[in-house]
Design a protein around this ligand. Structure first.
Ligand code: CNA
Length: 406
C-alpha cells in the first residue's frame, strides 16, 4: 500500500460503472495474471474495461493500456489504491471506497458487511468543519460514562487505537496540518512547490536538500519524551485491553513509553534505520544523523558511481514517503481491526490513505471514540466525539476511570 493524499474530485469518475466494477471483483479476478505478460506479482484493473494489467514496476502494461485506450482510471490489486492517468494522481471517493471494500471481500474471502458503518466520506474529509453534525440523528449512542465504565471494569478486551501526529504535539513534535504550527506551515521556507512535496519520493530524488534541512530542525526523535497519550496506550496494553495501536507516527514514542513492538503497527514507517532508496543498502540512523548535522545530503556509499555525476543513490530514514509502499505489517494487520470491541482514534485528520481506510472496517455496533480538535468526517452509530485537547481529555478520562498512568 502507498501513502498518498489522493485527489478527491476526479472528474473522470463520472464515466465509470462502479456497480459493474464491484460485480467483477471476484476471488478469481483479484488473483488473475496480467493479460499481456501473465505476471501475477503486481497488477491493476482498468475500471473502464476491467482488463487486468501489470504495473510500471513489472512491465508497465497498464500504462500502455492507457496510452492505447485513454481509459483513465486503474485500481491496484496490490494496495487498493486508484490512479487516474488523466489527473496524473491517486484519487479517492465514496465510490472508490466501495470498490476497495468489494476488493477486500474478494481478496481475503471475508465479508466486510459492517464496512460503511463507520464511513469516511471523502468530500467531507476535505471540507468538514462542522463536527459530528449528523451523529445525534443516528440511532445508537455510546456516551462518555459508558466509555469510562468500560475502561474501569475492563469490559473492552480488544481495543484498537488509531493515532496520528496530533498525539505527539505535546511532546514538542509539530503535526502536519495544524495552521501556523504544523509542519506544512513551516516548510514553506524551503521553497517547496507544495508542502507535501517534502515527503514525496519523486521530489526527494530531484531535491533532497529540503528533507535534510527538515530532519535537522525536527527529527531528533531521541530528544522527545512520551506524553499522556502514549502512556495511555501503554496502560491499555498493561491492562490486557489493547488489540493493536495502528499509528501513522514515525517518532516511536509509543515504544519509548514501553509498548511492545508487536502491539504497534507503524503504518508510515519509523526512524530506527535508514536505507538507500535505490539499492536498499541499510544504514544506521547515527550515520544518517551525522550527515544531517553537517547539513549534507547523504548518498549511498555502495551504489554511488564516482564517474557518473548524474547517478544519485540517496539515503533516507525508513519513513514512508508519498509514493512509497507501506510496510507489509500494515497489510497483514489491516483486517484485524474488524475484531476490535472498541476503537479509539486520536490526533489525526484521517487524510492519508490507505491508513484512513481502517475506519471503514469497523463494525456498526462497535463503540467508536474520537479524541481530537475536530471531526474529520466520521459518522457512525455508537460514536463518541470528545472534542478538545488530547492530553487534557485523556487525563480527565484516566482520572474518571481511576487509573494511574506510569
Ligand atoms: P495531521 O494531518 O497534521 O492531523 C493532526 C490532527 O491532530 C488534526 O486533526 C489536529 O487538529 C489534531 N490535533 C493536533 N494537536 C492536537 C491536540 N493537542 N489535541 C487534539 N487534537 C490535536 O496529521 P495526521 O497524523 O493525520 O497525518 C498523517 C501524517 C502525519 C503521517 O504520515 C505521519 O507520518 C505524519 N507526521 C508524523 C509525526 C510524528 O511522528 N510525530 C509528525 C508530523 C507528521
Amino acid at each position: 500500500m502507498f501513502a498518498v493524499s489522493p485527489k478527491l474530485d476526479c472528474p473522470h469518475e463520472k464515466d465509470i460503472e462502479f456497480e459493474k466494477v464491484k460485480e467483477n471483483l471476484t476471488t478469481e479476478t483479484v488473483f488473475s495474471p496480467c493479460i499481456k505478460c501473465s505476471d501475477k506479482s503486481e497488477n491493476w484493473m482498468c475500471l473502464s474495461c476491467n482488463s487486468i494489467l501489470c504495473s510500471r514496476f513489472v512491465n508497465g502494461h497498464m500504462a500502455e493500456h492507457f496510452e492505447e485506450t485513454q481509459h483513465p482510471i486503474a485500481f491496484s490489486f496490490t494496495d487498493a489504491s486508484f490512479w487516474c492517468y488523466l489527473c496524473d494522481s491517486y484519487i479517492h471517493s465514496p465510490d472508490c471506497a466501495a470498490v476497495a471494500r468489494a476488493f477486500q471481500d474478494a481478496k481475503f474471502n471475508q465479508s466486510t458487511s459492517s464496512a460503511g458503518a463507520a464511513c469516511i466520506d471523502a468530500e467531507e474529509i476535505q471540507t468538514s468543519t462542522e463536527p459530528i453534525a449528523n451523529v445525534s440523528s443516528l440511532p445508537k449512542t455510546f456516551d462518555r460514562a459508558a466509555f469510562v465504565e468500560g475502561l474501569k471494569t475492563k469490559k473492552f478486551r480488544k481495543i484498537a487505537v488509531l493515532t496520528g501526529a496530533g498525539i505527539s504535539v505535546a511532546a514538542g513534535i509539530p503535526d502536519f496540518r495544524t495552521p501556523g504550527t504544523g509542519l506544512y506551515s513551516q516548510v514553506q521556507k524551503y521553497g517547496l512547490p507544495y508542502p507535501e512535496a517534502i515527503f514525496n519520493l519523486e521530489y526527494f530524488r530531484e531535491n533532497p536538500e529540503p528533507f535534510f534541512k527538515l530532519s535537522k530542525e525536527f527529527f531528533s526523535f531521541q530528544e522527545y519524551q512520551p506524553v499522556t497519550a502514549h502512556r495511555f496506550i501503554k496502560a491499555l496494553h498493561d491492562q490486557d485491553m489493547l488489540l493493536l495501536n495502528y499509528t501513522q507516527n514515525i517518532d516511536g514514542l509509543e515504544l519509548s513509553a514501553g509498548l511492545p513492538i508487536n502491539k504497534l503497527v507503524q503504518a508510515h514507517g519509523h526512524t530506527r534505520s535508514a536505507h538507500c532508496i535505490d539499492c536498499g543498502k541499510e544504514y544506521t540512523m547515527a550515520e544518517f544523523q551525522e550527515y544531517v548535522a553537517r547539513e549534507e545530503v547523504m548518498f549511498c556509499a555502495l551504489c554511488r558511481e564516482e564517474d557518473d555525476e548524474t547517478y544519485r543513490g540517496l539515503v533516507k530514514p525508513d519513513i514512508v514517503f508519498f509514493g512509497e509502499r507501506l510496510p507489509v505489517s500494515f497489510a497483514t494487520s489491516f483486517h484485524l481491526i474488524a475484531e476490535a470491541d472498541l476503537v479509539i482514534v486520536m490526533g489525526t485528520a484521517l487524510k492519508v490513505f490507505p491508513f484512513a481506510f481502517l475506519v471503514t472496517e469497523v463494525g456498526a455496533d462497535v463503540p467508536f471514540v474520537l479524541i481530537n480538535r475536530e471531526n474529520p468526517g466520521i459518522q457512525k452509530e455508537n460514536f463518541l466525539f470528545l472534542q478538545g485537547d488530547i492530553q487534557e481529555t485523556l487525563k480527565e478520562i484516566v482520572a474518571e476511570a481511576q487509573w494511574q498512568l506510569l
